[in-house]
Write a protein that binds this ligand. Structure first.
Ligand SMILES: Nc1ncnc2c1ncn2[C@@H]1O[C@H](COP(=O)(O)OP(=O)(O)OP(=O)(O)O)[C@@H](O)[C@H]1O
Length: 291
């Protein structure tokens, strides 16, 4: 696969403070996000990791303006998404944010060619923002599909379909790309081609946020953020994993530590020389029953 040079686009940053989202179902509520604090700098590449049901896709949908937070602050570029109305959210998606839903075909029109898919994605861009957009051919070139411009999505290989979904997501000139599981169900070669494209669009300035279960995909991004129980539990940089102290002082212990120090254990917490923290389990290593 050969990709052409990628048009530079300024990246868009994100700020989340105490972000809460609740799915309201008949008879009960599901708290999917319970206080996410997260900053993403313009031009960063970030992987959202974490166990199934942790809240990764919900967070991505909030960043995309597809869901509105129940509480907390959320800004994407200049937009305050906690306060934005439907028109502002729709403008955001047609200009600054490119979204790839899970499953390539959910992002594509099956009955028209690759180039028509990109043209269609550009038809919703407001006139004032159309000047300076990369053309459909250039976008297909960017994802290595120049020679398959007239192929319809069902006739593309799975990896090529995902790359076409990237081209359509970025057709509006977005400075923030949000992709939910863009490499799931791809073989290693197709996955690496998708990662190459994501890396190229990131190097050309755009902010890239990817939800994934694949640690290799996480490793290919500049930073990993692990969501656990609806909050940021850990962050990884340059292969090192760090726990994140929540605004209420809570810390998620890493799974391997939790194997040894089970929930309910009493811990003595000591600050050592102002530079390190020591956690020591109480003698019997479990909470005493109240008398
Ligand atoms: N449409 C919905 N209605 C009700 N509850 C939902 C809905 N979507 C998600 N949830 C619940 O919200 C919580 C977070 O789900 P979410 O899909 O964001 O997690 P996730 O980390 O992306 O999981 P996965 O890795 O399995 O996709 C889960 O408890 C899930 O069951």
């Amino acid at each position: 696969m050969s990709t052409a040079s990628v048009t530079r686009v300024a990246g868009i940053g994100v700020t989340c403070r105490g972000l809460v989202y609740i799915y309201r179902l008949e008879g009960y509520d599901v708290v999917a996000l319970s206080g996410v604090d997260l900053d993403i700098e313009p031009g960063e590449s970030v992987a959202l990791l974490g166990p199934s049901g942790a809240g990764k896709s919900t967070l991505l949908s909030l960043l995309a303006g597809l869901l509105t937070p129940a509480a907390g602050r959320l800004t994407v570029g200049e937009h305050d998404l906690a306060r934005a109305g439907a028109a502002e959210l729709s403008y955001l998606r047609s200009t600054d944010v490119g979204v790839m839903l899970q499953g390539a075909m959910r992002n594509l029109l099956p009955y028209v060619s690759a180039v028509e898919n990109v043209r269609f994605a550009q038809s919703g861009v407001p006139k004032a923002r159309r000047a300076g957009l990369a053309g459909p051919r250039e976008l297909l070139d960017m994802v290595g599909l120049a020679d398959q411009a007239h192929t319809r999505p069902p006739d593309l290989a799975p990896g090529a379909r995902q790359r076409l979904a990237i081209a359509t997501a970025l057709a509006n000139g977005a400075g923030l790309l949000l992709a939910d599981e863009p490499t799931s169900q791809l073989d290693t070669a197709a996955r690496d081609e998708v990662l190459d494209v994501l890396s190229a669009v990131n190097r050309a300035g755009r902010t890239v946020v990817v939800v994934t279960h694949d640690p290799d995909v996480g490793g290919s991004m500049g930073r990993t953020v692990t969501i656990r129980d609806g909050r940021v539990g850990a962050e990884g940089r340059r292969g090192e994993e760090y726990s994140v102290v929540g605004r209420d002082g809570s810390v998620h212990l890493p799974p391997d530590v939790l194997d040894e120090i089970v929930p309910g254990t009493l811990l003595r917490v000591e600050l050592i020389d102002g530079t390190a923290v020591r956690l020591t389990p109480a003698q019997d290593a479990s909470r005493e029953e109240p008398r």
